[in-house]
Design a protein around this ligand. Structure first.
Ligand code: SAH
Length: 364
C-alpha cells in the first residue's frame, strides 16, 4: 500500500510541501481539498506536485462502495480500503445533528461473545487517515462543506477496539479536532472501549476531553468474564478507578454501555446491583437490548424487562436511557452488509454496528 495523505497533520503537510520545493500555500490547498473529501487527483495543486504526490500517496484511501438508507433516515455505508479490505459505518440522523459511527479496525480481537465484529478475529488496524477518511467521504456524500458539516458528531463504535489501536486513534482524534481540518469539538465525539484500563489512564492525559464510554454489560467480574474475555485482564473496580481518573483530568462525565441479554444480565437484581455500583458517580448508563447474533446463542431481553431495568436504575437515582435501535428496516446491520459483499450472504453475521446505535442527546 502507498502512504495515506489523510494521516498527516497540517504541520506535516507543510513540511511535505516544503520538502517538495513548493510554496507554503500549497499545503493549505491540500488540507482544504482533503478535508472536503476530494481524491488526490481532484485537488487543485500544481500538476507537477500532484504527479509527485501520486507516486507516493493513495488516490482515494477510503471509497464508499455501497449505501443503504432506512426509513428513519439512518444510512449504512460499506467502505473499501486501498488493500481491498472492507469496513462499515453508519450515519444516524437526530434533531440536533448527524452522528457517524466509524470503525477503527478491520475485525477485532477482543472476543466479546455477543459481538459480530470479532467473529473473524483481527485482520488489521486502520491508520488514522483511514478512520478520518470514512468521515470525509460521508460528509462529502451528504453534501457537507467545510463551513457546514453534514457530519456533526462522531462515535468510535464501529468494528474494532479503539484502545487496541491506540496510536492511530489518538492521531485520528487530533486531526479530526484540528482547526485546519474539520475542527470538530471533542464534546461531539464519543469513544467506546471494552475497558482496556492502561489505555484509559493514558488517554486521560492526552488532552482530548471527549465522551468516554465503557462497555460494562455486567455487574460482577465473574459474570462479565462470561461474555467479555477482557474481564479476565481488568476488573470492574479498576475500570471504575480509571473512569474516576478520566473525570478528574477532563471534567467530563463518563458513560456505560449496558446491552440487555435475556437470562444473563437483565434481571431487576442486576439493575439494583448496577445502581449500587455506580451510586454517586458522574456517569450515565446507556441501555440497549441485545441485537442477537445468530452464532452466539444469546437472546435480547424483551421490551418489558428493558423498561423495568431502566425504571429500577432511575428510581435509584442513576442517570440512564434506553436507546432505540435505528435503521432496523435496512437488513439489520453492519456485518451483514459486509458479509453480503464478500459473497457470504446470509452468513447470519452481525448486527454489530447497530449495537452502538442510538446514542442519546449530546452532552453539554
Ligand atoms: N470495542 C468497543 C466498541 C465496540 S461496539 C467497545 O467494546 O466498546 C459499540 C458497542 O456495541 C459496545 O458497547 C459493544 O459491547 C456493543 N455491542 C456489540 N455487539 C452487540 C450486540 N450484538 N448487541 C448489543 N450490543 C452490542
Amino acid at each position: 500500500m502507498k502512504e495515506i495523505l489523510q494521516d498527516k497533520s497540517f504541520a506535516e503537510l507543510k513540511a511535505l510541501v516544503s520538502a517538495e520545493g513548493e510554496k507554503p500555500f500549497r499545503a493549505k490547498q491540500l488540507m482544504e481539498g482533503l478535508t472536503q473529501g476530494k481524491k488526490l487527483s481532484e485537488i487543485p495543486v500544481s500538476a507537477a506536485l500532484r504527479a509527485r504526490l501520486a507516486e507516493r500517496f493513495e488516490e482515494e484511501p477510503v471509497r464508499i462502495l455501497e449505501t443503504l438508507t432506512a426509513r428513519d433516515g439512518t444510512k449504512k455505508f460499506l467502505f473499501a480500503l486501498a488493500d481491498g479490505n472492507i469496513v462499515e459505518g453508519v450515519l444516524m440522523k437526530y434533531k440536533y445533528g448527524n452522528t457517524q459511527c466509524v470503525s477503527t479496525q478491520v475485525g477485532c480481537r477482543m472476543g466479546c461473545r455477543f459481538c459480530a465484529s470479532t467473529l473473524g478475529g483481527l485482520v488489521r488496524n486502520l491508520t488514522a487517515g483511514e478512520i478520518l477518511a470514512q468521515i470525509l467521504a460521508v460528509n462529502r456524500a451528504e453534501g457537507g462543506s467545510l463551513k457546514k458539516r453534514a457530519v456533526t458528531n462522531v462515535v468510535l463504535m464501529g468494528s474494532g477496539e479503539p484502545f487496541d489501536n491506540y496510536e492511530n486513534v489518538v492521531r485520528f482524534l487530533r486531526n479530526l479536532t484540528a482547526e485546519e481540518g474539520l475542527g470538530m469539538s471533542a464534546r461531539n465525539i464519543s469513544l467506546s472501549t471494552c475497558g482496556l484500563v492502561p489505555a484509559m489512564r493514558a488517554f486521560a492525559d492526552e488532552g482530548i476531553p471527549l465522551n468516554l464510554t465503557v462497555s460494562l454489560h455486567a455487574v460482577t467480574d465473574e459474570e462479565r468474564a462470561r461474555t467479555m474475555p477482557v474481564a479476565n485482564a481488568y476488573s470492574i473496580a479498576e475500570i471504575l478507578d480509571a473512569c474516576a481518573h478520566y473525570f478528574q483530568k477532563t471534567g467530563r462525565r463518563y458513560i456505560f454501555e449496558y446491552s440487555l441479554i435475556a437470562g444473563e444480565n437483565s434481571d431487576i437484581a442486576h439493575a439494583a446491583a448496577l445502581a449500587e455500583l455506580l451510586k454517586g458517580k458522574p456517569c450515565h448508563v446507556n441501555l440497549i437490548r441485545l441485537n442477537a447474533v445468530k452464532e452466539r446463542h444469546l437472546r435480547a431481553a424483551d421490551e418489558r424487562m428493558a423498561q423495568a431495568f431502566l425504571q429500577e436504575l432511575l428510581s435509584r437515582g442513576i442517570s440512564a436511557t434506553l436507546r432505540r435501535s435505528m435503521g432496523s428496516d435496512i437488513g439489520g446491520a453492519c456485518g451483514q452488509l459486509r458479509a453480503k459483499y464478500l459473497g457470504a450472504a446470509d452468513a447470519g453475521l452481525p448486527k454489530s454496528c447497530e449495537a452502538g446505535f442510538g446514542e442519546e442527546e449530546p452532552q453539554a
